[in-house]
Ligand binder design. Structure first.
Ligand code: 6PG
Length: 251
């Protein structure tokens, strides 16, 4: 049975997610002197990131010990309104007093996205002390969202990246968006110590039900491929997104 935590609304979920990121960060820094986290894109996490930078939370983590990565990025410049990096930078990173070297954005605006994906794989390995073509390095936390079609990161239904078994970061063309993305792959996502998926809104209820309670059909519902090798996976959903789940109760 998946670990599914249901919250009354998006604000309660965002607060819980921010607190969990802080707790996991403190634990990682205490245990290993560093917290390597891959941030989610999209709109759901914005409030989580805003909470990290507010006066109540800002001093709860040694942010200078945190290495920030992203789970995926759109093929836009960092200052574009659609940039996942840009959203997180505006919501919190710019307010945490970070050194630029701690922030590892995916350079998906580069025309050669194949090379940009390769370079990002090398960057992750470099920071985490792994060999670029070896086993995927272990991130402490990968924060993910989920789309109404059951995609996560930029691992969309029926796209090539779902079947990647070797590379940790790939370019992925998404026909429904008529756009290329760069995304972490399931091999590296599933090696994370902690995976948290944050899902809000009634429009995601059918997909969340399919992912958690439906038949195994990962091409159609890619989030079904979230399956940590040795880490922990938890789903944080608001009541609206969890409304079709065969589970009781909410936080
Ligand atoms: C992206 C995200 C993507 C996102 C889901 C949910 O780049 O779009 O990484 O996987 O998490 O699409 O997006 P919302 O939070 O906006 O619903």
């Amino acid at each position: 049975m998946s670990d599914v935590r249901v919250f009354p609304d998006a604000e309660a979920l965002s607060r819980a997610a921010a607190h969990e990121l802080i707790d996991l960060g403190r634990q990682a820094v205490a245990a290993r002197g560093r917290f390597a986290v891959a941030l989610a894109g999209g709109s759901t996490p914005r409030r989580v990131y805003q909470l990290l930078a507010d006066h109540e939370h800002r001093d709860q983590v040694e942010w200078t010990r945190v290495e920030f990565f992203w789970g995926d990025e759109r093929a836009v410049s960092p200052d574009h309104p659609d940039s996942n990096y840009g959203m997180a930078a505006a919501a919190c990173l710019a307010k945490l007093g970070l050194r630029p070297a701690q922030v590892h954005r995916i350079q998906a605006e580069r025309p050669d996205r194949e090379q940009a994906a390769r370079d990002y794989q090398i960057e992750i390995a470099r920071i985490l002390g792994a060999t670029p073509d070896g086993l995927p390095p272990t991130l402490d936390l990968i924060l993910l969202g989920m789309g109404a079609d059951g995609h996560t990161a930029s691992l969309f239904p029926y796209t090539e990246a779902l079947r990647e078994e070797r590379r940790h970061v790939v370019r992925n063309y998404v026909p429904k968006l008529q756009a290329e993305r760069i995304t972490l792959t399931f091999p590296i996502i599933n090696r994370a110590r902690e995976i948290r998926v944050i899902v809000t809104g009634a429009e995601k209820a059918p997909a969340l039900k399919d992912v958690l309670d439906g038949p195994h059909d990962p091409e159609r519902r890619p989030s079904q491929l979230l399956n940590p090798v040795a880490g922990r996976l938890a789903w944080l959903a608001d009541r609206a997104a969890a409304s079709e789940l065969a589970r009781e109760g909410c936080r």
